[in-house]
Design a protein around this ligand. Sequence first.
Ligand SMILES: [Ca+2]
Ligand SMILES: [Ca+2]
Length: 271
Amino acid sequence: MWCSELHVARRGVIMALLLWLVFIFNIPTACCDIRQAYMKQTTGQECQTLQIGESWSSGSALECYRECAVRFPDSCQSIVYTTDNQSCTPGSAAFRPLENVDTSIPVTGSNGMIFYKQQPIPPCNTNGSFSLYNVCGTTACLYLSSSVADYHEAVSICSGMNSRMFFGNTLARFSVFWEISLKYLKDQTWIGLNDLDDEDTYVWENGEPLSDQMAQWVFRPGYPNDYTGRNDEDCAEARHRSWPGIYGLNDAICWYKKLYMCEPFDAYGAK
Ligand SMILES: [Ca+2]
Ligand SMILES: [Ca+2]
């Protein structure tokens, strides 16, 4: 009996202590929106987004995000919140600022804050040749080549590793390609994009056509240019060594040898 009473008393003291801690330190309880934990705050210098709907006014960034999730349950992947005028703008998956994308927000240098969601992390066997790379909340499982290959060889080498040449069919994925190839490969790098089947009709390595809008965003202005005039520049590359500091893809002759990146088939689902 005595033991049991002591036990109850102890439990009471512990409960009181916990309540006091919650009160003193304002420790968040189970009430709070768990999704808040997945939002990462940064600036337009670091990450940007595309506006997916009209802006509205919100009292706080959290309120802004909650409203965004209600209005755009599937497509709200980020918000841009400006404290000065409490303006809240719903956004797409975030990406590293890309020079040709002049409609992205927040504008670099503005005081708007971007909060973005971490996108699902793909399966990745990091014991072998692949590693995970994250750019503005988009994570890719990648093998970065250490030697050069022509476009067809690169496709075949990736395929032999149960993977596919990395392709950048969304701004978030393209910014992963640009950032990672620039930072780690620092040289000419193939991306999984070509017009081998039909001149001037570019398709990503998964068979998805390159939209006119994406073409403007990913190619260097004035490209593809078929420089040789023989319709034999059919494979897209980043020219980090030959065009230092210049943004955008070039169309190149496919049998030239360049670096490349592979992504496991299962990392991008069945698409
Ligand atoms: Ca071509
Ligand atoms: Ca070219």
